[in-house]
Design a protein around this ligand. Structure first.
Ligand code: DHK
Length: 153
């Protein structure tokens, strides 16, 4: 069985499409999910969004046993949630932290990420195109890990 890539989205990302379109664009989260599924080329993936930190943490815990990789846009939890970072630290596979906007061009309160310390890589500032970009990068990371594991045998 191919292990899935889990894609998690944090608070207010369910409002993509109409939420501050000058920052986040006009693509909806459902359209973003479709872009991710196309980029996955059949690799199984889950795509979820929650406004509550505890839901995100629960989904990270669920993913610990079966996940090949994790892509997470933690939204505002990026800057506040040591609890989410602690949960992600348990995840054995690659983690891509993703932001639609370039946080470093924005207010200072968005410049420090708790999540970056446990992430393999960070994608920020590509708009929603960052999502399929991250899916393709994740497939590479998973294939690389698989090649490494095979070579060890
Ligand atoms: C999305 C959010 O909801 C904000 O809280 C972050 C991020 C930026 C994004 O760019 O995807 O600050």
């Amino acid at each position: 069985m191919t292990r899935p890539i889990h894609i998690l989205n944090g608070p207010s990302l369910n409002r993509l499409g109409t939420r501050e379109p000058h920052l986040y664009g006009t693509t909806t989260l459902a359209e973003v999910e479709a872009m991710c599924r196309e980029a996955s080329e059949g690799h199984p993936l889950t795509f979820r969004q929650a406004n509550a930190e505890g839901d995100l943490i629960g989904w990270v815990h669920e993913a610990l046993d079966d996940g090949a990789g994790m892509i997470i846009n933690p939204a505002a939890c990026t800057f506040t949630s040591i609890a989410l970072a602690d949960a992600l630290a348990l995840f054995p596979g690659p983690i891509i932290e993703l932001h639609i906007t370039n946080l470093h061009r924005r207010e200072a309160l968005r410049h420090h990420s708790h999540i970056a310390k446990v992430a393999t890589a960070v994608v920020a500032g590509l708009g929603v195109a960052g999502y399929p970009f991250a899916v393709r990068a994740m497939r590479e990371l998973i294939a690389e890990a698989h090649r490494g594991a095979t070579a060890m045998r």
